[in-house]
Design a protein around this ligand. Structure first.
Ligand code: HEM
Length: 503
């Protein structure tokens, strides 16, 4: 009898139980949108989904950082490795300034880029970096920049770029602006860094064999870092197959070109009793570093630094102007207010154009992500725990798209966010701090446990308070809560868990 009763109960209750589970799970599927944050599994972490996003990694990680309360996310990778991405300005300052020595390129980056960049400034840390940086910094003081603009850029503009644009306008020919601007940037960087004119932008548009090799070398080298393990490219390199074979050919072409510049410069220096044109390469060669391989590395890093960055910024600038005729009109107005051949001071005074360039690079930064390896354990200002050996990537592309930095209109191309008008209607720059004043994680000391107030920061019209509960193991740190205050009324407004609150 008992058995019959239990069987009956099972027959009646079991279907009801299953039905409940199914309806509950389908309901929760309907109401809970799929999380943008990747799931992490034992041993493999999130490495498979990370790999599946290798072609849109910048955009995908941007969406994740936009959804993360502190603008930081930790990816768990194979065998417990971690990769932290951050778009939090306080973290970026911490990495690049406060604890600069703790965030280095590191051995993995060094070996991945060595074939292409050797010991050039982009691939070294420590003393070699310091030396190259010191020699290079002469190039970036006001006096050198003024000379650079007045001699090199003016000539390249007036003798090559503007005539080319004028001819294209008259003949109604279509130009590949990106390619033209790459040639323009390449001529400029070679002239300023090596006192050598490759004349890439001359009217015949000479064959860009070098540029193609350089692009191949850059792309294939950066693809090495997208592999799940460095073993795959090392095996391909050993057997000289596929992309590694192409890399070897491309690097050989690039090095031949750079070596030629170095040899010609050495000859020029040997023929002269004193230095006439003091370019960067001459400075290196005269500082006792006559090794041709090292000088070649320096040349390659400089071409990489100056060519694609400048041309990418200018290409996006013109594209954005084509989409925003009102902004173009305002720039033309500013240009017309200057002389036909504006001098350095006049150019410096073109604040509206300057704001357009800033706005362009906010939305399309030429270096969208930049990773460093932590030398020691650390804690970022937003509470993210960094383990020794983890890669921490700061993300300028995501930073330009953070509502908490730029406000709800972050997607708009609006140069005026960098400007204010004075009483006479003249534009002037607003301080950059205005954009950062509402950002969580300023100079807080987040070492405290529990929910006590750690520190507060004053900036613009806002103050932020960070309250720390404890750092999460992976992903964003849910225990960090940010508050903003209305200074005049001394009110603290908790932002629940979003950190995006403005009053
Ligand atoms: C729109 C133009 C440019 C942008 C957005 C840009 C951006 C950057 C960024 C993000 C870095 C990396 C900093 C780091 O990892 O610590 C860098 C480094 C560097 N850039 Fe630029 N750059 C531009 C133009 C140039 C030009 C024209 C030159 C030289 C002719 C140049 C020379 C360098 C050098 C030498 C470094 C290495 C500095 C170091 O490691 O300390 N850059 N640049």
């Amino acid at each position: 009898m008992l058995i019959q009763l239990l069987t009956l109960l099972f027959i009646v209750i079991f279907p009801v139980f299953i039905f409940k589970i199914i309806t509950k799970s389908s309901k929760s599927r309907k109401t809970t949108p799929p999380s943008i944050f990747p799931k992490s599994y034992p041993v493999i972490g999130s490495s498979l989904v990370v790999k599946s996003h290798r072609e849109d990694r910048v955009q995908w990680t941007t969406q994740i950082l936009q959804s993360s309360p502190s603008g930081t996310f930790t990816f768990n990778l194979l065998f417990g490795r971690r990769h932290i991405f951050t778009a939090n300005p306080a973290n970026v300052k911490h990495m690049l300034k406060t604890r600069f020595s703790n965030y280095q390129k590191g051995p993995v980056s060094y070996s991945g880029l060595f074939d292409f960049l050797g010991n050039g400034i982009f691939n070294v840390d420590g003393e070699s970096w310091k030396f190259q940086r010191q020699v290079a910094s002469h190039e970036f003081n006001t006096k050198s920049l003024r000379k650079f603009i007045q001699t090199v850029v003016d000539t390249e503009l007036n003798d090559r770029l503007i005539p080319m644009f004028s001819d294209a306008t008259v003949d109604k020919t279509v130009l590949d602006l990106q390619e033209i601007l790459q040639r323009f940037a390449f001529d400029n960087v070679c002239k300023i860094a090596f006192g050598f004119d490759p004349a890439c932008l001359s009217p015949s548009l000479p064959s860009a064999e070098f540029a193609e090799a350089f692009e191949d070398a850059t792309n294939i080298s950066s693809r090495r870092f997208r592999a799940l393990s460095s073993l795959s490219w090392k095996i391909k390199r050993f057997f000289e197959v596929g992309s590694e074979k192409r890399l070897r050919i491309a690097v050989a072409r690039v090095r031949d070109f750079a070596m030629k510049i170095v040899r010609e410069k050495k000859q020029e220096l040997a023929d002269k009793s004193s230095l006439e044109s003091v370019d960067l390469l001459s400075r290196f060669l005269c500082s006792g570093h006559t090794d041709e391989n090292f000088a070649t590395d320096i040349v390659i890093s400089f071409i990489l630094a100056g060519r694609d960055t400048t041309s990418a910024a200018l290409t996006w600038f013109f594209w954005l102007l084509s989409q925003n005729p009102e902004v173009e009109k305002e720039i033309l107005k500013e240009i017309k207010g200057k002389s036909d051949m504006p001098v350095f001071e006049e150019v410096k005074d073109m604040v509206y154009t300057h704001a357009c360039l800033c706005e362009t690079m906010r939305l399309y930064p030429p270096v969208p992500v930049d990773g460093k390896r932590a030398v020691d354990d650390d804690v970022l200002p937003d509470g993210t725990v960094v383990k020794k050996g983890s890669v921490v990537t700061y993300h300028p592309y995501a930073m330009g798209r953070m509502e908490m930095i730029w406000g709800s209109d972050w997607a708009e191309f609006n140069p005026e966010r960098w400007l204010q008008r004075d009483e006479e209607g003249k534009w002037s720059f607003v301080g950059r701090s205005l954009h950062l004043s509402g950002v969580p994680g300023g100079t807080q000391d987040l070492s405290g446990e529990g929910d006590g107030v750690s520190a507060d920061e004053k900036g613009g019209g806002w103050r932020s308070k960070a309250v720390q509960g404890g750092a999460g193991d992976g992903g964003w740190v849910p225990a960090v809560v940010y508050c903003f205050s209305d200074i005049e009324n001394e009110r603290w407004i908790p932002c629940q868990d979003s950190g995006q609150c403005r009053v």
